[in-house]
Design a protein around this ligand. Structure first.
Ligand SMILES: *Cc1c(COP(=O)(O)O)cnc(C)c1O
Length: 808
C-alpha cells in the first residue's frame, strides 16, 4: 500500500472513511493522523514478526535496555522516514490537498521522560534498530507523561499530560504476556532435602500488562520492540472473601492503589524523589521485565547457565537496579540455583550506566520503606551486602570509613549505586570527564578494587532525528556537498572539512539557517506575540531548569547588556534574540523562581522601545522533543554553561553542534570532547575548570560576597533583582539573591566575568560572516562522532558483546 502514491491514496481514503465512519470531507486532521498512523503500524508488522522469528530461530544474544524513562517524542515522521515511505505519502497527500506535516503535528509527544536520560534511551533504541542490533527497551507505560508546563503571569503552572486521551496508534496490547508482580507480605522459610527454600506469602499481586511499540530501523528490515508495562489489578486472583460492603471498599482501594503504579512519571530531574510509590514503580518495571525476558529465554535455551551468553541487561542509571536482587531471586527461588551460581550469572548479565555525580540525585532508599514492600528482595540485598562487606573486612581490616562508604546497606539506607556497582560487570560514565570523576572521586574505592569494571561511553544522539528529520534543508545541503555516505556512517561528515571556507557552501548554509530562523520567528510571533528579527543572533538555552545548568548566568548577561544599552542609548550591539525553554520540577522552588525571573526581565526588555529592539527575550513554554526539533536548527548560539563537573555529558550540546550552531560552554561533560573534535578556535569555552570547582568544594576559598562588592556589574545586577528595576509587581527574587551572595554553590558570580568576555568575543565573531560560517561548517563536520550510532557500537562491542543480525 506504500509502493506507489495511487495505491497509497486509495488505501488511505478507504481506511479514513472506515475507521471514522464519516465522509472524507468531515474528517479532521487528527482523524487523518490516526488513519495514517495505524496504516504504518500495520505495514511495520510484517518486518516486526520477521525480526522476532529470526531472533528466535537463530537464538541470537539479545540486549534489554531497562529504563524508567523513554522520551520518544513523535513517531509518525521518524517511522515514515526510517521505512523510506515518506515521499510516497507526501505525494499522495499533496494530490488530496492534505499537508503531511500538519498531519504529523497532530501526534502528541510521548513525554515518558524528564530530559537527557530519557531522550538518550530513545536515541539508543533508534540506533540499535538502525545498526541491525537485537536490542529492546523495557519501560513503564505511564498514563500521564511529564507534566504540561503552562505559564500564568510569568509563573510555571503544571497541568497533567494525558497523552493517551486519543489512544496510541503505535502500541499493541499483549494481554497474553501478562505477568504478576508481588508486593508486601512475608517470607517463610522451609527445609526440603537439606536446603532451605523461601516462599513469599500473603503478598499483594499486581498484574503487569505489556504494550509493545515497534522500533523501526533506518532503511533495513529490523523492527525491535519497546515493551511498556501497565499496572492492572488482579481482582480475580485476590481473595476478598464475599463482596460485602467492607470488602467492596477494600477492593476499590486495592484497584486504585494498583493502577497508581503506572499512573504518572515522577517529574524530578537530577533529584531523588524518595516516595514509596516511586520504589514500587521501579520494582514493577524490573520484575515484569525480567519475568518476561526469562520466560522467552527458557523457551529457547534449556540451560539457565547460558543466560549471560544470550542476554545482556542494561540498567539506565540506578532506577532499575533492583534487577540485581530480582534476577537472584528468580535464579535461586524458581530455578533452584545456588547463591554462588546465581551470583555469577547475575553479575555477568547486568551492566550499569551512571548519569550523575550530583549528591542529591544519588538514590538511597530507607530500609524502612523497602523492607516491608519487597521482603524477599530486601532479604537478598541484605545477603549481598553481608557477603560483600565480609570480603571488604578481609581486604581492608579496620578501615571502617572505607567499608561504610562502599557498603550497600548503611545508616538505615539502601545505597543503590553501590548495589549497581557490586552487582554488575560493567560500570560506565557518559563522557570522558564524567567517567574520570567516577574513577578518581565518587567511585574511587570501587575502582581501586575492580578497575576492569569501569569504562566510558560518551553519549550520542541519533543523527536521523536530530539532523535529517529536524533539519531537511541542512541535510540536502550536506548531501549536495559531500554525497550521502554520512547517512550510514555519520563520521563521514568530516568530508565537509575541505569545504569549510567554500563561499558557495556558506551561502547555502546561511539560506538554510535563515529559513529555520524565519520559521521559528513565525511561531514565536503566533504563540507569544513577540516580534523577533531573523537577522538577530538566536542565542538558545533549552534544557531542564536547574541551578547547575545556570540559566541565571545567561540572565545576568542579558541584564548586563540591557544596562549597557540603557546607559548608552546610541550604543549599537549585534541584535540578539535570547530563547529559553525548560521545565522546573514542581517542588524545586529556586528553579521556578528562575522561570519567573526570565519572564520578568523579558517583559521589561521586550517592551522598552528605547533599546530599539536590539534585545528580545523569549521563553518557549512546555519545552519537549518536538520543540527541540523546531528550535535547534534555528540556533546560532548553543548555551552549554553548566558549572564545570556537574553536567555528566549533556546531549543537547551535540544536537546543536550537528545543526551548525556555535557553542558557548564550560569545560564540562561532553563539551570537552566537542572542543577536542572541533578545535578550540571553533568553540567558545570559558570559566572555571572542573578540577578548580572540585578543589573549591573540597578546600573552600570562594566568597561570592567579595565579588558582589568588587565587581560593580555584579552589584548592579543583583541589586536590580530586588530594588524594583524589573519587578514592578509584588514579587521579589530575594531567594535567588541570597542563594548567590551567601553561598553561590554553582559559581555563577565566579564565572560571570569570563562568560561576559566569551559573549563579547562571540558577538564580534558573528559580525564576520565568513568567519562564523567557517566555524559552523567545522562544527557540523566534526559532529559525526556524537551520533548515538558510535555510542551504541561501543556498548555492543565493549559491554554487551552482541552481534548484528541481518533480517531477511
Ligand atoms: C536533548 C534533550 C534534553 C537534554 O538536553 P541537555 O541540554 O543535555 O540537558 C532534554 N530535553 C529534551 C526535550 C531534549 O530533546
Amino acid at each position: 500500500m506504500f509502493q506507489h502514491k495511487n495505491s497509497f491514496k486509495e488505501a488511505f481514503l478507504e481506511r479514513l472513511v472506515n475507521i471514522h465512519g464519516k465522509g472524507v470531507e468531515e474528517t479532521t486532521l487528527a482523524d487523518k493522523y490516526v488513519t495514517l498512523g495505524s496504516m504504518v503500524r500495520e505495514y511495520v508488522s510484517r518486518n516486526w514478526i520477521a525480526t522476532n522469528d529470526q531472533y528466535r530461530e537463530n537464538g541470537d544474544k539479545q540486549v534489554y535496555y531497562l529504563s524508567m524513562e523513554f522520551l520518544l517524542g513523535k513517531l509518525l515522521k521518524s517511522n515514515l522516514m526510517n521505512l523510506g515511505i515518506r515521499d510516497v505519502c507526501q505525494e499522495g497527500f499533496a494530490d488530496l490537498g492534505i499537508d503531511l506535516e500538519e498531519v504529523e503535528a497532530q501526534e502528541p509527544d510521548a513525554g515518558l521522560g524528564n530530559g537527557g536520560l530519557g531522550r538518550l534511551a530513545a536515541c539508543f533504541l533508534d540506533s540499535m534498530a538502525s545498526l541491525h542490533l537485537p536490542g529492546h527497551g523495557c519501560g513503564i507505560r505511564y498514563k500521564y507523561g511529564l507534566f504540561e508546563q503552562k505559564i500564568i503571569d510569568g509563573y510555571q503552572v503544571e497541568i497533567p499530560d494525558y497523552w493517551l486521551r486519543e489512544g496510541n496508534v503505535w502500541e499493541v496490547r499483549k494481554s497474553d504476556k501478562t505477568v504478576e508482580v508481588r508486593f508486601w507480605g512475608e517470607v517463610q522459610s522451609r527445609e526440603e532435602g537439606g536446603t532451605i527454600h523461601f516462599d513469599h506469602v500473603n503478598y499483594e499481586p499486581v498484574l503487569a500488562v505489556p504494550y509493545d511499540v515497534p522500533v523501526v530501523g533506518y532503511h533495513n528490515q529490523t523492527v525491535n520492540s519497546l515493551r511498556l508495562w501497565s499496572a492492572e489489578s488482579a481482582i480475580k486472583d485476590f481473595d476478598f472473601g464475599h463482596l460485602n460492603h467492607k470488602h467492596y471498599h477494600k477492593m476499590i482501594e486495592y484497584k486504585r492503589a494498583t493502577e497508581a503504579i503506572s499512573e504518572f512519571l515522577y517529574p524530578d530531574d537530577s533529584t531523588l524523589e524518595g516516595k514509596q510509590l516511586r520504589l514500587k514503580q521501579q520494582y514493577f518495571l524490573v520484575s515484569a521485565s525480567l519475568q518476561s525476558i526469562l520466560c522467552r529465554f527458557k523457551r529457547m535455551h534449556p540451560n539457565i547457565k547460558e543466560l549471560p551468553k544470550k542476554i545482556a541487561l542494561h540498567i539506565n542509571d540506578t532506577h532499575p537496579v533492583l534487577a540485581v536482587p530480582e534476577l537472584m531471586r528468580i535464579l535461586m527461588d524458581q530455578e533452584g540455583l545456588s547463591w554462588e551460581a546465581a551470583w555469577s550469572i547475575t553479575t555477568e548479565t547486568i551492566s550499569y550506566t551512571n548519569h550523575t555525580i550530583l549528591a542529591e540525585a544519588l538514590e538511597r532508599w530507607p530500609i524502612d520503606i523497602m523492607k516491608p514492600l519487597l521482603p524477599r528482595i530486601f532479604m537478598i540485598i541484605n545477603e549481598i551486602n553481608e557477603r560483600f562487606c565480609r570480603s571488604l573486612w578481609d581486604e581492608y581490616p579496620g578501615e571502617w570509613d572505607r567499608i561504610r562508604g562502599m557498603a550497600i546497606l548503611a545508616d538505615g539506607y539502601v545505597n543503590m549505586a553501590n548495589l549497581a556497582i557490586v552487582g554488575s560487570h560493567s560500570v560506565n560514565g557518559v563522557s570522558e570527564l564524567h567517567s574520570t570523576i567516577l574513577k578518581q572521586d565518587l567511585m574511587h574505592n570501587f575502582y581501586e578494587r575492580e578497575p576492569h569494571k569501569f569504562n566510558n561511553k560518551t553519549n550520542g544522539i541519533t543523527h536521523r532525528r536530530w539532523l535529517m528529520q529536524a533539519n531537511p534543508g541542512l541535510t540536502s545541503v550536506i548531501k549536495d556537498t559531500i554525497g550521502t555516505s554520512w547517512v550510514e556512517n555519520p563520521s563521514d561528515l568530516i568530508q565537509l572539512v575541505p569545504y569549510a571556507n567554500d563561499p558557495g557552501l556558506h551561502e547555502q548554509l546561511e539560506l538554510v539557517k535563515k529559513h529555520s530562523k524565519g520559521k521559528l520567528a513565525n511561531v514565536i510571533q503566533r504563540d507569544y506575540g513577540i516580534k523577533v528579527d531573523p537577522n538577530s543572533i538566536f542565542d538558545v538555552h533549552i534544557k531542564r531548569m536547574h541551578a547547575y545548568k545556570r540559566q541565571l548566568l545567561n540572565v545576568f548577561h542579558i541584564m548586563d547588556l540591557y544596562r549597557r544599552l540603557k546607559e548608552n542609548p546610541n550604543a549599537s550591539i549585534t541584535p540578539r534574540t535570547f530563547i529559553f525553554g525548560g521545565k522546573a520540577a514542581p517542588s524545586y522552588h529556586l528553579a521556578k523562581s528562575i522561570v519567573k525571573l526570565i519572564h520578568t526581565i523579558a517583559n521589561v526588555i521586550n517592551h522598552d522601545t528605547s533599546i530599539r529592539d536590539q534585545i528580545k527575550v523569549v521563553f518557549i513554554r512546555n519545552y519537549g522533543v518536538s520543540d527541540a526539533e523546531l528550535i535547534i536548527p534555528a540556533a546560532d548560539i548553543s548555551e552549554q554553561i553548566s558549572t564545570a563537573s556537574k553536567e555528566a555529558s549533556g546531549t543537547g550540546n551535540m544536537k546543536f553542534m550537528m545543526n551548525g550552531a556555535i557553542t558557548i560552554g564550560t569545560n564540562d561533560g561532553a563539551n570537552i570532547e566537542m572542543a577536542e573534535a572541533v578545535g578550540m578556535e571553533n568553540i567558545f569555552l570559558f570559566g572555571l575548570k572542573p578540577e578548580e570547582v572540585l578543589a573549591y568544594y573540597e578546600h573552600g576559598g570562594y566568597h561570592a560576597r567579595d565579588l558582589y562588592n568588587r565587581d560593580p556589574r555584579i552589584k548592579t545586577i543583583l541589586d536590580q533583582m530586588v530594588n524594583g528595576t524589573f519587578v514592578k509587581e509584588d514579587v521579589d527574587f530575594k531567594s535567588i539573591y541570597y542563594s548567590l551572595i551567601d553561598y553561590d554553590e554553582y559559581f555563577v558570580l565566579k564565572d560571570f566575568a569570563s562568560y561576559i568576555e566569551a559573549q563579547a568575543a562571540i558577538a564580534k565573531c558573528y559580525k564576520n560572516k565568513t568567519e562564523w560560517l567557517t566555524k559552523s561548517v567545522y562544527n557540523i563536520a566534526n559532529s559525526g562522532i556524537f551520533s548515538s550510532d558510535r555510542t551504541i557500537r561501543e556498548y555492543a562491542n565493549g559491554i554487551w558483546n552482541v552481534k548484528q543480525v541481518l533480517i531477511k
